[in-house]
Ligand binder design. Structure first.
Ligand code: FRU
Length: 538
């Protein structure tokens, strides 16, 4: 089936076949990036969860390795679930993961590389004393999973890890302290809790520098540091983060802005994106974020394809020094090594209602696009009230017209636009004259295939005075990954065209605003090579 075959991605990581979900235990070790992942070796549907394993020199080209861990003990027989790696100062690795026991109790287990001198870390040994942590009193047996990377507390020479849970409808993160990674004490209270957010899966907790672009090792704290707390909400399947301050003495984290707390404020990505995890890449002094992109087609189609899910292009995460209220996410620079031919356009004028076909210099299924838009001053000033209460998700998408939006790009579109995925801005103007900019991705017309979940995704994006509107976009067959304003707001979509595939795929610029003259001041498009992602042969 050529249509389904086309959907396989060319430079995003995915297993050779079958089901994948969360990224697990990412780390850089002896010259190699390691990615483990929740993997069902037997089917394209979740189940029988093991740890798949792949290695890379550059986060783009990958070698598949044999399964790192499989369910083979009473404490993980129902699944080797999500976990994290900690690289100790002496160079050794501690891997802690959740196991689903024979009784389906969620417990935390420890594993070590069998041969630390092996850069590929092919073999893993589970600790004989597993499980190392079981659900504490008051915590549900099935609400206790996904341990974080450990951070070091110098004042008492111990390490701490966080584990997500819930109490009634309140999402929480618990902290355990250890000096040897073998025995653990639950600290009193919670690291943080947010009522109404439900079960917190895949908690992530890490420092970011408030000045400079460098990443921070997980144990860093002190002046010039903020801490990011992230939870994946089991109830709504989105990853929410917030910026705040970590008080080591009381082991509590406090959000900078209680209105923008975990689970009620910002998302890493407003599209199809979940169960993300960061690691500190000591070789390039950066913090790198992985995220799982699921499918939005049916399980039946996944079975027919023989695979389900991909990982995002790893993203570098930094604090946004300009807004000081959000993170910036940006694809790792290594993805640029895939760039081949290049098209460069300047000052493409788009009056209200225009659609402009773009020659991308080849096929339009593997692209890296950078575009900047400017809305004329007259349009912005002349516009009377426009919808400041706009909401991407409940809007009519790219087809809904207002004075100052939508405008942007149509990708994975066919010549007649019978299929198209719109990536667009929408500007609202309040009665007070203030502007508010939204960044959205509209999948409503992305395919004519039945049984596909199609949404309009997106959110507000901060735009500072004097800034142009900008988007970076990665198109990889059935994936559209977008980064607005340098990565302040990100959206990932899965698209399954029936016509806009292979040589029929096109890119357009569009302006569907009724009262805005928009100029694409700069449009750069690169064709991207496929990455080398193959089994490692011994
Ligand atoms: C998140 C999650 C984790 C769990 C794993 C099981 O997607 O549900 O909470 O550890 O997947 O595969």
């Amino acid at each position: 089936n050529a249509m389904l075959a086309w959907q396989r991605t060319s430079y995003h990581f995915q297993p050779e076949k079958n089901w994948m979900n969360d990224p697990d235990g990412p780390l850089f070790y002896k010259g190699w990036y390691h990615l483990f992942y929740q993997y069902n070796p037997d089917s394209a549907i979740w189940g029988n969860i093991t740890w798949g394993h792949a290695v890379s020199r550059d986060l783009i080209h990958w070698l598949y390795l044999p399964l790192a861990m499989v369910p083979d003990h009473w404490y993980d027989i129902n699944g080797v679930w999500t976990g994290s790696a900690t690289l100790l100062p002496n160079g050794s690795i501690v891997m802690i993961y959740t196991g689903a026991t024979t009784e389906n109790v969620q417990v935390q287990n420890l594993a070590f590389p069998a041969d630390p001198s092996d850069p590929l870390l092919l073999h893993w040994v589970k600790y004989e004393g597993n499980p190392i942590i079981v659900p504490p009193p008051g915590i549900g047996m099935k609400d206790f999973r996904d341990p974080t990377t450990a951070w070091y507390v110098a004042s008492n020479s111990t390490w701490r890890i966080a584990i997500g849970s819930k109490v009634n409808k309140t999402g929480i993160s618990l902290t355990y302290e250890t000096s040897d990674f073998l025995s653990y004490q639950l600290l009193e209270g919670v690291l943080h809790a947010v009522p109404g957010t439900g079960m917190w899966e895949c908690v992530d907790f890490y420092p970011v520098a408030t000045t400079g672009k460098h990443g921070m090792d997980t144990s860093e704290n002190g002046a010039g540091v903020k801490h990011v707390l992230k939870a994946s909400l089991d109830d709504d399947k989105h990853d929410y983060y917030a910026l705040g301050t970590y008080d080591v003495a009381t082991d509590t984290w406090t959000p900078d802005d209680p209105e923008v707390d975990v689970g009620i404020g910002m998302r890493y990505d407003y599209g199809k994106y979940y169960a993300s995890k960061t690691f500190y890449d000591q070789s390039k002094k950066r913090r790198v974020l992985w995220g799982w992109i699921g499918e939005t087609d049916s399980e039946l189609t996944d079975l027919e394809k023989g695979w389900a899910s991909v990982q995002t292009i790893p993203r570098v995460v930094v604090f946004d020094e300009k807004t000081r209220s959000n993170l910036l996410q940006w694809p790792v620079e290594e993805v640029e090594s895939l760039r081949t031919s290049h098209k460069d356009y300047k000052d493409i004028k788009m009056g209200p209602g225009s659609v402009v076909p773009i020659n991308v210099g080849g096929t339009a299924t593997q692209l890296d696009i950078n575009v900047e838009f400017e809305v004329s001053k007259e349009s912005l000033e002349g516009a009377i009230e426009a919808d400041v209460g706009y909401n991407c998700s409940t809007s009519a998408g790219a087809g809904g017209r207002s004075v100052l939006g939508p405008f942007g790009l149509l990708v994975v579109a066919d010549q007649t636009l019978s299929e198209q995925t719109a990536v667009y801005f929408y500007i609202g103007k309040g009665t007070d004259g203030n502007l508010q900019t939204f960044f959205c991705q509209d999948e409503l017309r992305s395919t004519k295939a039945p049984d596909v979940l199609k949404r309009v995704y997106g959110s507000v994006v901060p735009v500072l005075p004097g800034e142009k509107l900008s988007v970076r976009l990665l198109v990889d067959h059935s994936i559209v990954e977008s980064f607005a304003q340098g990565g302040r707001t990100c959206i990932t979509s899965r698209v399954y065209p029936t016509e806009a595939l292979y040589g029929a795929a096109r890119v357009f610029l569009f302006n569907n605003a009724t009262g805005a003259n928009v100029t694409a001041t700069s449009l750069k498009i690169w064709q991207l090579n496929s990455a080398f992602i193959h089994p490692y042969s011994f």
